[in-house]
Design a protein around this ligand. Structure first.
Ligand code: ZN
Length: 284
């Protein structure tokens, strides 16, 4: 899914000289209570295109994520803090207007984007512009926002809900490894230690080859196949025994774990090397 539902070239003053670690959160506040979410968005886009106006890196409405200024450029949202921060504007005509589920869903996507760029997934109670801070902060809680009497984002924005939504639903490498190790435990327990030892002994020459081919990838092991079949497995040295896993996408796995030869074992070794759980498909 494309992050931006629309892209405009909003006001900016050239390249940021450092990568920001803070995102300043704003609401648009036209002050016109009769405005709909859509008409507030349109007004904001026009304001961001007007050289007399302002800008932020994103405008978020209930349905849209408008990329207004590239992340490499300084947007116009927090005066002297512009060079140190990214900015997001949420459509909210007046301070009492509630934010919709769409605002939060869109904010989660944009927020995760900034977390992926190094912003900590935390809410800052205030920010005086110091460079060691990292996280998301209300405009009204920045030293610049206070100095200029800002009140955005105000009392309607559910900050804990937003921060909770930044937790990525993709598993981390550690979670994948932990899940694999956990899944392997019963396999290791039920497979005969004698058979496993025999497998290692019977492939003594091959095991030496396997050790040499270890790539230092995310799972210690090597790619293998048996000489009577095309299927490629990931052979893992786990808990003192060798376990082979079906790999849904060997090409992708080899790219992630490092390039290594596919070692060919004798078909007679197959039954001696326990078959573990299928590895997750890491194809992007
Ligand atoms: Zn603001």
């Amino acid at each position: 899914m494309a992050l931006a539902t629309r892209t405009i070239e909003g006001n900016n003053s050239g390249l940021l000289l450092r990568v920001p670690k803070v995102v300043v959160m704003h609401s648009t506040r036209s002050g016109i209570a009769s405005k709909t979410d859509a008409s507030e968005l349109t007004s904001t886009i026009n304001w961001f295109l007007n050289p007399a106006g302002a800008s932020a890196h994103w405008i978020i409405s209930k349905v849209e994520r408008v990329r207004a200024v590239a992340d490499t450029l300084r947007a116009w949202h927090s005066a002297w803090l512009n060079g140190l921060s990214w900015g997001i504007e949420f459509t909210q005509p007046t301070i009492d207007r509630t934010f919709g589920a769409g605002h939060y869903a869109n904010a989660a996507l944009i927020g995760r984007h900034y977390v992926s760029l190094g912003v900590k997934p935390v809410w800052l109670d205030d920010w005086d512009g110091n460079l060691s801070a990292s996280g998301f902060v209300d405009h009204e809680d920045t030293i610049q926002g206070r100095a200029s009497g800002k009140s955005d984002m105000g009392y309607r924005f559910d900050r804990p809900r937003f921060i909770a939504s930044l937790e990525d639903d993709m598993p981390t490498t550690k979670e994948i490894v932990d899940a694999t190790v956990k899944a392997l435990r019963p396999v290791i327990a039920t497979e005969s230690a004698i058979a496993a030892t025999a497998a290692v002994k019977a492939t003594a020459t091959t095991v030496a080859n396997i050790r040499k081919s270890l790539t230092g990838g995310m799972f210690p092991g090597a790619f293998i196949k048996f000489d009577d079949d095309k299927t490629v497995y990931w052979l893992e040295y786990a808990g003192g025994i060798w376990v082979r896993h079906s790999v849904r996408n060997p090409t992708t796995f080899r790219g992630i774990g490092g390039e290594g030869p596919v070692l060919v074992l004798k078909a007679s070794q197959r039954k001696r090397i326990a078959l573990g759980p299928t590895l997750p498909n890491l194809a992007p």
